[in-house]
Design a protein around this ligand. Structure first.
Ligand code: UDP
Length: 313
């Protein structure tokens, strides 16, 4: 890995910044691209003095040219929380479509390996449970979440077209719910929402009746899985996530317990097309990558809580 050069789009985001850390730790040089729409300089401030790290503020949906040799292009740019992609629907569609096209073009020009950050949202509101990679999904193209789901589905199709037509070396990771340090407290996702509400003594807002399920993966496990996928030669999509499933109601209770909060749970309307269940089938990741998550929710939540307590409000 020494001296290999990787480009990370969305490198100042939650996952992108952890990925930059990992690649640098593995001896690579990293060029981080981000337009800072939802990414933040705080996430990469510690990397700025590192001579193996370079940050360029740019929008990856525009023409992309970088001089010199590049070995890997990892495309992580996109708003990724439901609140963010509802706030930036056109940008979300553009970065998943035009941005993926530009990032693939860069990889092709440089003869680099390309890795797409895809998502469990390609399965939509799934009719198969747990979700394995051969499930085609149940997505509403014209619903509010469609901007993200369809952009990522298009991005997967484009990645496979570059692989099949241009012979590009490609990877597709389908990322399931992930949490950990560097999430924005205000990104609207269940975990930061619940933690900030519990810490502020506010009621926890569970949407719907709380029986919908998710399966939460700690960020370091996810990044390990993605790195293993990058080094593998698997070109078909691979789910990376933690299969330990929980209802959102129980998840809210766990956060109240962990924070010793006196907050109560209140129920609000379920957002349109909110998936009722979600759990990754990680058989493929286990078999092909020898990967499975190591950090349980209790440990992961404690690490995340410590981080949220320390950051300035
Ligand atoms: N959710 C909730 N309260 C919140 C935020 C989210 O009950 O304040 C629910 C949301 O409706 C969904 C689940 O928690 O069923 C996970 O939502 P999140 O936004 O974290 O991500 P998603 O898995 O939907 O992409």
């Amino acid at each position: 890995m020494k001296n290999k050069i990787a480009v990370v789009t969305g490198g100042a985001g939650f996952l992108g910044s952890h990925l930059c850390d990992k690649l640098i730790l593995e001896g690579m040089k990293v060029i981080c691209l981000d337009n800072l729409l939802t990414g933040r300089m705080e996430n990469i401030q510690h990397l700025i003095p590192n001579e193996n790290f370079q940050f360029i503020k740019l929008d990856v949906t525009n023409y992309l040219h970088l001089p010199g040799n590049i070995n890997y292009v990892l495309h992580f740019a996109s708003p990724a929380s439901p609140i963010d992609y509802l706030k930036y629907p056109i940008q979300t569609l553009k970065v998943g479509s035009l941005g993926t096209h530009k990032a693939l073009g860069l990889a092709k020009e440089k003869g680099a390996t390309f890795l797409l950050a895809s998502t469990s949202e390609v399965y939509g509101d799934p009719l198969i449970h747990p979700q394995s990679e051969d499930y085609w999904g149940n997505v509403n193209p014209v619903g509010p979440r469609g901007v993200y789901d369809e952009a990522k589905r298009f991005a997967e199709a484009l990645t496979m077209a570059y692989h099949r037509y241009h012979g590009l070396d490609t990877r597709i990771v389908r990322i399931f719910n992930t949490y950990g340090t560097r999430m924005r407290l205000d990104d609207g996702r269940a975990l930061p929402a619940f933690i900030s509400q519990a810490l502020n003594g506010e009621d926890l807002t569970v949407f719907g009746d709380g029986t919908q399920t998710r399966s939460f993966c700690y960020v370091s496990d996810l990044i390990d899985g993605i790195f293993k996928l990058l080094l593998s030669n698997e070109t078909m999509p691979v789910n990376i996530g933690n299969p330990h499933e929980i209802t959102i109601e129980d998840f809210a209770k766990e956060v109240i317990h962990l924070t010793n909060s006196k907050s109560k749970i209140i129920h609000q309307d379920l957002p349109i097309d909110d998936p009722k269940v979600r759990q990754p089938d990680i058989t493929r990741a286990k078999e092909i990558l020898g990967w499975e998550p190591k950090i349980g929710r209790e440990e992961g939540l404690k690490l995340t809580l410590e981080y949220f307590k320390k950051i300035p409000k």
